[in-house]
Design a protein. Structure first.
Length: 253
């Protein structure tokens, strides 16, 4: 299958939040989306990112993304990959990236600006303490390694009435909850250090994330079966409640 088929299938199934970045496949992810957006742009909430930290580089990055995506506007433009070593003093200088993001928002090239990161909960919290972002994209799953993001970042983002988007709900690369095909047999396998594998229904991990005060969850998919399985996992099934979430956290601790 062609990757654009996945985007078409997702739209047909009711998935409308599309997340990408220039660094995903060296721009290929944006190109794949562009094949669909050329005819179905109005159906999509489109989010991409810039890893630049300077004004001019960020503008060039966004211009290139728009060309690959075959659109003239974004719904969400995010500052990509906040790290523990981030120099926040650079961001709001006259030649800093925030001037570019805010300018693009004022010019309606993007409706919203956000920030993303999964390396350091403390750095993510500091970013949203210091600056005016509309959204945050960060990691929420039941593992102990992700607890700081739930405890340090989530309450403040909620207090500031930000849009909160969950990522790495299957674990991503950090003690992965999903080994190999995350939806094979409708199970995700949790490997963490030297512990025995723990098996969890993939749908439970999505419903865990949606049970938190988030606006959406980003889940990677690389097969049509994943699209169907992810949709089936949440259709007609409520997000996990607090008791169910805590039980899952204990199971994976």
């Amino acid at each position: 299958f062609h990757p654009a088929e996945l985007a078409e299938a997702a739209l047909d199934a009711g998935i409308t939040y599309f997340d990408t970045a220039p660094g995903y496949g060296d721009g290929q992810s944006e190109r794949n989306y562009g094949e669909v957006l050329a005819t179905r742009r109005r159906e999509v909430f489109l989010a991409t990112k810039t890893g630049s930290r300077s004004h001019d580089d960020a503008l060039r990055s966004v211009e290139a993304s728009l060309k690959r995506l075959r659109t003239d506007h974004l719904d969400l433009l995010q500052l990509h990959g906040v790290s523990a070593k981030e120099d926040f003093t650079r961001w709001d200088r006259p030649d800093g990236v925030l001037r570019a993001l805010y300018r693009l928002r004022e010019e309606k090239v993007t409706r919203f600006v956000g920030v993303t990161g999964h390396e350091s909960a403390a750095a993510m919290r500091r970013a949203i303490e210091l600056f005016n972002f509309d959204t945050i994209l960060t990691t929420f799953n039941p593992t102990a390694t992700r607890r700081p993001f739930r405890e340090l970042v989530l309450p403040l983002a909620h207090e500031k009435k930000m849009g909160i988007i969950a990522m790495k709900v299957m674990g991503g690369g950090f003690g992965s909850l999903a080994a190999g095909n995350p939806l094979k047999n409708d199970l995700a396998t949790y490997w963490y250090h030297d512990q025995a594998p723990r098996q969890v229904e993939a749908g439970m991990l999505i419903r865990y994330a949606l049970g938190l005060p988030v606006s959406a969850a980003v889940v990677g998919m690389n097969a049509l079966a994943h699209v169907r399985a992810n949709v089936a996992a949440v259709c007609g099934k409520p997000p996990l409640n607090e008791e169910e979430r805590k039980a899952l956290e204990v199971h994976l601790s």
